[in-house]
Design a protein around this ligand. Structure first.
Ligand SMILES: Cc1cc2nc3c(=O)[nH]c(=O)nc-3n(C[C@H](O)[C@H](O)[C@H](O)COP(=O)(O)OP(=O)(O)OC[C@H]3O[C@@H](n4cnc5c(N)ncnc54)[C@H](O)[C@@H]3O)c2cc1C
Length: 392
């Protein structure tokens, strides 16, 4: 892969709206990605391997639990800092950002918000340091967009619960130490349970042959009569709203993250367009290529402003599920379109691993599907503005 020459676009001087702390945190994450992620990520993706060597670095830049209070090992940062960290990581690779998102918003968040003090103290510091890695089991083979239909279930056996079922498409599953798993009790109510590696009957086979998010490990979570200690049930929230609350937090991070992937594609394409000579001049001098680049920077700028405002709302505790959903849908769609256009600007070189664009493009095909598909997010906005439910 070519050296990482990334220069972040900031067409509307959005940096002026960030605090000094935001910029320090963002710049530290940016420098780490350049130093520790860019040199190894192409090979990791080609080999379909999650590069575990970067786990301590992710912890160091605050990517595991950026907004979790420091008393639990988190970084105690605000929501804009969280977003900026996700943006920088996804600038490197969406798969790496996925690992960080799952750890923070889908594992640490529910333990922090829905767990008790003993659970917080047991799990959060180890997850924040990366000593333990987590996964989040909601999707099932027959229940993706409709997780409320899940069949994974647990029975009260007196001194423990007995968990049965299977989860599919689970990020981090093959190497996770703990999994936050959503399952129905005998009354059909959804609860979160913390399942630990080593529990009898719990297995995590890897899903192979992905063309997307190749540097992120994906797999199954299989439960065959797994005995779960009663203290592993998250006591403070139940029902479908509990996992959906985690998704709000993760989708917010994705809305920022996708901008990182888009910025990397744009920056690469801009540099290439100024250097690549055809018909005696740089291809960037042709109007058709300028149109592509001009539209890219316009869409990136709009997306940056969208998440900044969303971050302010989130800091004030006012961001709604529908607002977060809109930003996830818009920004991932924007990034995927930019990746496709940027790849064309690079011509044949665009399909090689010499440049990051094709990897971003393939990664974003997963990002537009997970945490609610593009169409499901349209329906969330549709329902929010009409008051009419088009899901069923
Ligand atoms: C790489 C990767 C990592 C993932 N990681 C995780 C993870 O860590 N944990 C986890 O729990 N899940 C994870 N997922 C699963 C992901 O969240 C689901 O794939 C997603 O929710 C969609 O579910 P599905 O694939 O079953 O598609 P389906 O729900 O079967 O949808 C198929 C198509 O039908 C459309 N559709 C469905 N319902 C409607 C409707 N009512 N109206 C209109 N159109 C509809 C969808 O938009 C989609 O286009 C991951 C997925 C991928 C690809």
């Amino acid at each position: 892969m070519k050296p990482d020459l990334f220069e972040a676009p900031d067409y509307y001087n959005i940096d002026d709206l960030l605090s000094e702390e935001h910029k320090l945190i963002r710049d530290a994450a940016r420098a780490w990605v350049k130093r520790d992620v860019s040199p190894i990520i192409e090979e990791a993706a080609q080999n379909a391997e999650f590069p575990k060597s970067i786990i301590p670095g992710l912890a160091e830049i605050g990517a595991f639990g950026p907004y979790i209070p420091e008393e639990y090992g988190g970084a105690g940062l605000d929501q804009i800092s969280y977003g900026l960290i996700m943006q920088e990581i996804e600038r490197g690779d969406s798969g790496v950002r996925s690992t960080a998102s799952v750890q923070s918003s889908l594992v640490m968040y529910p333990i922090w918000k829905y767990g008790n003090e003993a659970q917080r103290n047991k799990y959060l510091p180890k997850l924040a340091s990366g000593e333990w890695m987590g996964s989040f089991g909601l999707t099932e083979p027959d229940h993706g967009s409709n997780p409320g239909g899940m069949v994974t279930n647990f029975k009260d056996m007196g001194d423990h619960y007995l968990l049965n079922g299977a989860k599919l498409w689970i990020s981090n599953s093959p190497f996770c130490d703990v999994a936050v798993v959503w399952a129905k009790n005998e009354e059909g109510r959804i609860h979160g349970l913390v399942v630990e590696r080593g529990m009898e009957g719990f297995s995590t086979p890897e899903t192979h042959n992905k063309w997307s998010l190749r540097a992120s490990a994906t797999g199954e979570l299989i439960f065959q009569d797994v005995k779960i200690p009663k203290e592993n049930l998250l006591p403070n929230k139940s029902g479908l709203g509990a996992p959906l609350g985690c998704l709000d937090s993760a989708r917010y991070g994705i809305a920022w993250g996708a901008i990182g992937a888009a910025m990397d594609c744009y920056d690469t394409a801009l540099r290439y367009a100024k250097e690549r000579i055809q018909f005696g001049k740089p291809i960037g001098a042709f109007q058709l290529q300028q149109k592509k680049l001009a539209e890219m920077i316009t869409e990136i700028t709009k997306a940056q402003l969208l998440v900044l405002r969303l971050g302010q709302l989130k800091n004030e505790g006012k961001a709604t599920t529908a607002q977060i959903s809109m930003a996830k849908r818009n920004n991932v769609d924007m990034a995927l379109k930019i990746a496709r256009e940027a790849r064309q600007i690079l011509g044949a070189m665009g399909i090689t691993g010499e440049y990051s664009i094709m990897r971003h493009m393939m990664n974003l095909e997963s990002v537009i599907t997970y945490e609610g598909t593009h169409d499901i997010h349209l329906l969330i906005t549709g329902m929010d503005i009409t008051g009419l439910n088009a899901f069923k």
